[in-house]
Design a protein around this ligand. Structure first.
Ligand SMILES: [Zn+2]
Length: 442
């Protein structure tokens, strides 16, 4: 017998170890909506078992062993699984040979993945041939949506992650890409010489179906890792050096040669290494190229990497008694609250050049918001690097206003903060154009 389905059977914990050992050729075992709590060690004896369906086995807490040839496990809504059992299902050893497709409750991309991004998309680079990869996606709702890989901004490959019953919590999909797409499509990818850009895009019009995290893993035995890059090839070093040598007008923020501040350089180095694995290249690029004083760029980095000491942050680190915002006393002071949602900051965004209304319902997190806004600026303004500086100056003045309230007791005033930001932006822009004019004379 190769296939058994025991859906909705009232299986007890002794059924699996005592009855199933008599079926050594079993290939598919489906025990959906059953009541057992332990998947016994004897499951390992099914050497040919390739597929295991455990959908809605919500009593199941322990998986003691996993058959070695298993390729597909659906543990949807198995919400009682211990973290050790989930860890077994997500182990690198199990997935390294490829061809797997696993769905189970969870909200973290396994640590052995090469690269992951918060939000619905990520990018990586390859050369010579399209690599053999696994993807991991964290979703709060099952989806019919087909997601895509965009190669060199022109070719598209669609992949479907499968429809399932409604989730009761966040779920992880971990799969070999070739299990969810057509192999012919992969073979037909035109590879250009040098580095090729791949964007994994899981954007959906439905917010529920938008992944919370996306991760990518390149199979180590099937790829030459020198031909894959998870940071922009030849980008990091050059840009970082540019940044260090940057010396803008000194009248705004004092002497700006960053090399004179070794502690700051160290901090930046740490942040850049980290950020390449977390922030999308879009934010990265926009912040690097933004025409703004370095201190403002640093602030934006800190926002993107959750390095600012907000009340909510200090509270989670047990450094403060309360996470609540000192200014409005209404909500926990998260980064989103400081910059976008606190009642005094909302009018700043509306009254400024951009006239943005912060939509609380569609707001996911500040990095995604920033990314969307920077893209919007890029679409609208031909001189976007300069205009991005205004966005930076506004964030800077909001953070300054917030700090002056907390540390000096100065009342907050949206219109004053906006005026300050606009003045800073104008002064900085004109100092840049005058220094350009100056350097063109000589
Ligand atoms: Zn507030």
């Amino acid at each position: 017998m190769k296939f058994i389905s025991l859906k909705d059977c009232n299986l007890t914990d002794d059924f699996l170890p005592t009855r199933l050992p008599h079926l050594p050729d079993l290939e598919v075992l489906s025990v959906n909506s059953c009541n057992f709590s332990i998947l016994p060690v004897s499951i390992k004896e099914f050497h040919f078992l390739g597929r295991l369906d455990l959908i809605e086995c919500n009593q199941l807490c322990e998986i003691r062993e996993i058959p070695q040839n298993i390729k597909r496990v659906l543990a949807i809504n198995c919400t009682s699984l211990t973290s050790e059992s989930s860890g077994k299902l997500l182990s690198q050893k199990l997935h390294e040979p490829g061809n797997t497709y696993f769905v189970l409750p969870g909200s973290r991309i396994p640590e052995w993945f090469d690269h992951c991004c918060k939000g619905p998309s990520l990018s990586f680079w390859f050369r010579n041939k399209f690599p053999s990869i696994a993807l991991c996606i964290v979703l709060s709702s099952p989806t019919l949506e087909s997601y895509k890989l965009i190669i060199n901004s022109t070719q598209r490959i669609f992949f479907h992650i499968g429809t399932h019953p409604k989730f009761t919590t966040d779920h992880i999909y971990l799969f070999d890409l070739k299990m969810r797409t057509s192999e012919d499509d992969i073979k037909e990818i035109t590879v250009k010489q040098g580095w090729n850009l791949v964007e994994v895009s899981c954007v959906s019009p439905n917010k529920e179906e938008m992944p919370k995290w996306v991760g990518v893993y390149a199979y180590k035995k099937k790829n030459n890792m020198e031909d894959i890059s998870f940071i922009r090839p030849d980008y990091a070093k050059r840009k970082f050096d540019d940044f260090l040598n940057y010396n803008p007008d000194s009248k705004l923020v004092g002497d700006q040669s960053l090399k004179r501040h070794p502690a700051l350089v160290k901090k930046l180095e740490r942040m850049t290494t980290w950020c390449y694995h977390a922030a999308t290249p879009i934010i990265l690029e926009a912040i690097w190229s933004m025409q703004a004083p370095p201190s403002i760029k640093i602030l934006l980095w800190e926002i993107c990497h959750h390095e600012l000491p907000t009340c909510a942050d200090l509270y989670t680190k047990k450094l403060s008694d309360s996470p609540i915002c000192h200014i409005c006393k209404g909500e926990p002071e998260t980064l989103e609250h400081v910059f976008l949602l606190c009642p005094w900051t909302r009018p700043i965004w509306f009254e400024c050049e951009f006239q943005w209304i912060v939509d609380m319902n569609s707001l996911k997190c500040i990095e995604v918001w920033l990314c969307q806004r920077l893209q919007k600026i890029k679409r609208i303004y031909p001189n976007f690097s300069q205009v991005n500086g205004l966005l930076g100056c506004i964030c800077w003045c909001i953070w300054k206003g917030r700090n002056e309230f907390i540390f000096d007791g100065k009342p907050v005033n949206p219109m004053n903060a906006l005026k300050r930001a606009e003045t800073l932006y104008k002064e900085y822009s004109s100092s840049l154009s005058s220094s350009e004019a100056f350097s063109s004379i000589f």
